[in-house]
Design a protein. Structure first.
Length: 255
């Protein structure tokens, strides 16, 4: 019992230090906000952006290490076991330097890998970062007419259990050790710098392709079909080879 109490006390102490540091530090290239906990950084970012001065054109970054109702692609849940994984949303109220918009999740993937800075990482189409085959980060892009919101989840404290069946089934999770605040700020700053630079489809295709695992065997979640990635098309679609030949994927989810 004493050991358990000491562990809880230590965890609370570390959480207090993290919260204090996160709230007293800033990012150079975004409007930085750290929340002790929130149902969804995506929803919080929308609310905070609506309340902000409309003359402020900076990207708004909202991060936490405890998100209670996060969501993934197609409305699926994003698992957060409350142990300190990163949840981050960066909202862009101004025009982004990239068209078509379908390339945005791919560009964000390259920026997340660069921020995490681990040679073992690779990208899986369209929006996952893998660590030796396990999903360590996911990306969700939404637009509400006022801004483009990029949500990013990174497993750093734990690799949550992922359903192996049902509508939420997915690839096994992995984690990459690190400091929640530092990782969230590196990703947010990287996105802030990118938003002020020039970008185009050719650069995105080249950068993303260099970080992808082209030898991977992939499975379509909806049908269970096994496919091989072939190449990335200029609009962000993935050309794959299956049992019936090649075709381009548009909105399919790959395991």
């Amino acid at each position: 019992m004493l050991i358990s109490l000491m562990r809880r006390t230590h965890t609370l102490f570390l959480a207090t230090i993290t919260q204090t540091r996160a709230m007293t530090t800033t990012c150079r290239n975004v409007d930085w906000r750290w929340l002790e906990t929130t149902p969804s950084t995506m929803d919080s970012a929308k609310e905070l952006l609506a309340a902000r001065d409309t003359n402020d054109a900076r990207p708004l970054a909202v991060a936490t290490a405890h998100q209670t109702k996060g969501r993934g692609t197609r409305g699926r849940s994003w698992t957060d076991d409350g142990r300190g994984n990163v949840a981050l949303t960066v909202a862009f109220p101004s025009e982004i330097p990239l068209t078509p918009i379908t390339l945005l999740p791919l560009r964000v993937g390259t920026l997340v890998i660069d921020a995490l800075n681990d040679s073992r990482l690779s990208l899986k189409w369209p929006n996952d970062v893998l660590l030796e085959g396990g999903k360590v980060a996911g990306i969700l892009v939404e637009s509400d007419g006022e801004a483009i919101h990029v949500g990013i989840g990174v497993n750093i404290a734990s690799a949550p259990a992922v359903p192996s069946s049902g509508s939420d089934r997915g690839r096994r999770a992995a984690k990459i050790p690190g400091d929640a605040v530092a990782i969230a700020q590196r990703i947010a700053d990287g996105l802030g710098v990118w938003s002020q630079s020039a970008d185009d489809a050719t650069k995105v295709i080249t950068d993303w392709s260099a970080r992808a695992d082209w030898a991977a065997d992939l499975e379509l979640r909806e049908t269970g079909e096994r496919v091989k990635p072939v190449r990335l098309l200029p609009d962000g679609r993935l050309q794959v080879r299956g049992a019936d030949g090649e075709r381009a994927l548009v909105a399919d989810y790959l395991l």
